[in-house]
Design a binder for this molecule. Structure first.
Ligand code: COA
Length: 569
């Protein structure tokens, strides 16, 4: 049976980052992959009957698979916990309790949840970050390794999975209950900074920690250390770029995003920059305490932008929650980019240390705006100004370093750089169609130039995620480095320093200048922009366009009624 492709049906509650990654990895192994969203037992039964899988694999499932399915087909569940761990809040407990090692286990579905025989398990070191960042990085890497091992063992035909046995020394987990908001509650008068941060990280990005601010209830999403500011425990003592700083008994923490608690029967609420969510409730006396990107690089404080230089290379790091970039964030990044370009370095690396590179314009901020179409327009123009600045930089070699995933305009932002280097684990979604958009960010200039018109057409219309290795094979990215985010950063640093020290650097810059001038002569950048924006204007403003509905569904988390056609293959 080995070397024969296995027909695998991925069943998932959403086509989320891990499901996309598993999808990309298994396709690369030449298995036949189908995707079915878990939207109802009968829909699932019908799809299974049509697809006739050898194996059903659930990378991210929040509901149970019906018994008649798992008794007829082998069903593998990816559980984000070490062997023996069971329950719906695994990562939340791991972070809450300060675990330093954790794991991902692939187990077979049986009647008892998470108690089936074990096909593979991979452990990892827990990074100090929010749950969903951990999920997209260390958890995803361990999950992919465990899934590939489990599928190989399944293919071999003679592997006998290990029954769950709490008597074994390597079965370290236990059954844990759902982690409730009562347990998550923060007592600001007592909790120290470390406890507050663990609590916030365990709930980030979902479900957040329910709390009260200025007489209203909010879910807090995300939490970061502050090294200097101090105040009355629980008090909001500063703002910075839309985030608020709240004092603890022994320090202070930054809270970037809040979501108002939904009133029963009231409109849907969603995450927003904290200061926007508080609006006029935020007392006028709370000071805006900014930090420069250079200062942020040497302090332990929250900042979306950091800039540092090392061995002739500038590093402009940006990190936006959910990878979303609103108009103000685009403008701040553009200003920091211009500052970096004015520095005496000839190689500049762009990108966050870990996690999302960018997911394009900020759909939540747009949805909340008084005039969402106008705000969409402002946001896309701010993105375009940033991309244009990168495209027209001719005296610096610009490298986009993608430690994590990117989508839509976020991918096109990376393509504006001269070199695009990608961590092997990253998943790219180089398309806009799922949001009903034509797209801008000069993609009609950069994408076909990289991959050719035909592949550009396929990528933007088939709307499937592309794994990093596949992206390199079609020229979408230039280099792929394996390993953890730390190893990726080290590799990027080495290669960037080599470029900065290379004798041919001046020639590379000259060639770049000439290429840009030649391209400009064939078709000015302004023409690409105005043509793209003509489409986008229609997408944003015309009443019969789907963008408005799709954006609302995305922001409100509306589930589709059936698995979307593009996933059916
Ligand atoms: N605007 C606002 N929020 C965004 C966002 C955007 N452009 N892109 C991602 N997010 C948020 C998500 O809502 C999610 O929030 P949550 O943690 O509260 O659920 C978080 O970022 C992580 O995204 P998620 O969808 O869970 O991650 P994923 O890896 O499973 O999927 C994408 C990633 C990029 C495929 C998916 O988020 C997406 O389609 N984003 C929209 C891309 C887009 O159309 N951009 C606008 C056009 S330029």
């Amino acid at each position: 049976m080995e070397d024969e492709p296995v027909r695998i049906l991925l069943v998932a509650s959403a086509f989320n980052s891990l499901t996309q990654r598993v999808h990309a990895e298994l396709r690369e192994c030449d298995h036949e992959i189908g995707v079915e969203l878990a939207l109802g037992e009968d829909l699932l039964r019908a799809r299974v009957a049509r697809f006739r899988p050898d194996l059903i694999l659930a990378p991210m499932l929040t509901t149970a698979i019906p018994e008649d399915v798992w008794t007829t087909y082998p069903v593998f569940i990816v559980h984000p916990g070490p062997m023996g761990d069971r329950g719906p809040s695994s990562l939340d407990w791991a972070i809450t309790e300060g675990a330093t090692r954790w794991g991902v286990t692939v187990l077979q579905a049986v009647a008892e949840m998470d108690a089936g025989p074990i096909w593979a398990s991979v452990n990892f070191d827990v990074a100090q970050c929010g749950k969903s960042e951990l999920y997209r990085n260390e958890v995803s890497d361990a999950a992919v390794a465990a899934v590939l091992t489990a599928v190989r063992r399944f293919e071999s035909g003679d592997y006998v999975p290990e029954p769950l046995d709490y008597g074994r020394h390597d079965v370290t987990g236990q059954l844990r209950p759902f982690l409730t908001q009562q347990v998550r509650r923060i007592d600001w008068a007592r909790a120290d900074t470390a406890t507050v941060l663990r609590t916030l990280r365990a709930a980030d990005s979902q479900p957040g920690v329910l709390d009260a601010l200025f007489g209203r209830e909010y879910f807090i999403h995300g939490g970061h250390y502050e090294d200097r500011l101090r105040g009355e425990p629980g008090a909001v003592i500063a703002t910075r770029d839309g985030a608020i700083c709240r004092a603890t008994v022994d320090g202070a923490v930054w809270l970037p995003q809040l979501r108002p608690r939904r009133v029963p029967g009231g409109p849907v609420t969603f995450k927003m920059p904290a200061a926007d969510a508080l609006g006029s409730d935020l007392p006028a006396g709370v000071p805006e305490v900014g930090v420069s990107s250079a200062e942020a690089a040497v302090r332990d404080t929250w900042s979306e932008l950091r800039y540092r230089e090392e061995a002739g290379v500038g590093y402009l790091e940006f990190a936006f929650a959910g990878g979303a970039m609103d108009t103000r964030q685009c403008r701040r990044l553009l200003a920091a980019y211009r500052d970096a370009c004015a520095r005496p370095v000839e190689v500049l690396v762009l990108g966050p240390q870990r996690d999302f590179f960018s997911n394009g314009i900020h759909l939540n901020v747009i949805e909340a705006a008084a005039d969402p179409a106008e705000e969409s327009w402002r946001n896309i123009n701010a993105m375009n100004d940033l991309v244009e600045a990168i495209l027209t930089t001719t005296d610096t070699l610009v490298i986009a370093a993608l430690a994590g995933n990117a989508a839509a305009g976020g991918v096109m932002l990376a393509l504006a750089a001269d070199h695009v280097w990608c961590r092997e684990s990253a998943v790219l979604n180089p398309h806009y169609r799922l949001m009903g958009l034509h797209g801008s960010e000069y993609w009609t200039y950069t994408l076909p130039q990289r991959v050719g018109a035909e592949v550009a057409e396929r990528l933007t219309t088939r709307t499937l995620p592309v794994g990093a290795r596949a992206a390199a094979s079609i020229g979408l990215v230039d280099k792929v480095f394996g390993g953890s985010t730390t190893q990726f950063r080290d590799q990027v640093r080495r290669e960037a320093e080599n470029l900065a020290a290379a004798p041919e650097l001046e020639n590379l810059l000259l060639a770049k200048k000439q290429r840009r001038a030649a391209d400009e002569a064939v078709r000015p950048l302004a023409e690409y922009r105005s043509e793209e924006l003509a489409h986008m204007h229609r997408n944003f403003f015309a009443p019969d366009e789907p963008y408005r509905r799709l954006r609302y569904e995305f922001v409100a988390g509306v589930k589709p009624l059936a698995t979307p056609a593009y996933l059916l293959g």
